[in-house]
Design a protein around this ligand. Structure first.
Ligand code: 5GP
Length: 196
């Protein structure tokens, strides 16, 4: 278990809602073939187009709690009233495939990964400014002003928590998608080289 204990083969990407994290991680996975996406478990219901075992493992709350009690998650958190967790098996699966594991999780989860894996690389995706983040959240146009305000407050809190914890190694500003993808790719590739 060379890198197993320190977790130098683990990459965490976090960032507030609306920052473009999912798009960035999707592009990153297309460009870096030795990265495997960690499929989380969640109690939130599937959205249209989501498939069990692809975006998430969709579990009942009881089943999630049972697995949690059995030590089945390397980290977990409650986000917007739903439970989310990274199954221990995801780490084992990536290692069997000789790949590094990419976790797209919230900051509460990132802090738990940091405590458990000292050598994991934790990357925080940040907006160019809070004003821009507020604009992006409102721009989705699918939510009431109250819901947008709630999401924005939550986003700001998440950013503050990540920054004050000191657990994140580096920030990537998502101003221009192409530039942010390049930055992220560079950071992930140098982790691979450092460990080679
Ligand atoms: P969504 O329900 O929109 O897919 O995700 C909501 C939030 O939960 C996002 O910030 C996402 O990164 C986070 N999340 C997804 N999976 C996990 C996980 O396994 N653990 C933690 N801590 N957060 C997760």
């Amino acid at each position: 278990m060379s890198n197993a204990d320190g977790g130098s083969d683990i990459v965490v990407v976090s960032g507030p809602s609306g920052v473009g994290k999912s798009t960035l991680t999707r592009l990153l996975l297309e460009h870096v073939p030795d990265l495997a996406f960690s499929v989380s478990a969640t109690t939130r219901p599937p959205r249209p187009g989501e498939t069990d075992g692809v975006e998430y493992y969709f579990l009942s709350r009881d089943e999630f709690q049972r697995r949690l009690a059995a030590g089945g998650f390397i980290e977990h958190a409650e986000v917007f009233g739903n439970l989310y967790g990274t199954p221990v098996d995801e780490v084992a699966r990536a290692r069997r495939q000789g790949k590094r594991l990419l976790l797209e999780i919230d900051v509460q989860g990132g802090l738990q990964v940091r405590r458990r894996f000292a050598e994991a690389r934790l990357i925080l995706i940040v907006p160019p400014s809070l004003e821009e983040l507020r604009r992006r959240l409102a721009g989705r146009g699918t939510e009431s002003p109250e819901a947008v305000a709630r999401r924005f407050a939550q986003a700001e809190q998440e950013l503050n928590m990540a920054r004050t914890s000191g657990a994140y190694d580096v920030e990537v500003v998502n101003d221009n998608l192409q530039k942010a993808t390049q930055d992220l790719e560079g950071l992930v590739r140098t982790q691979g080289e450092r460990d080679a």
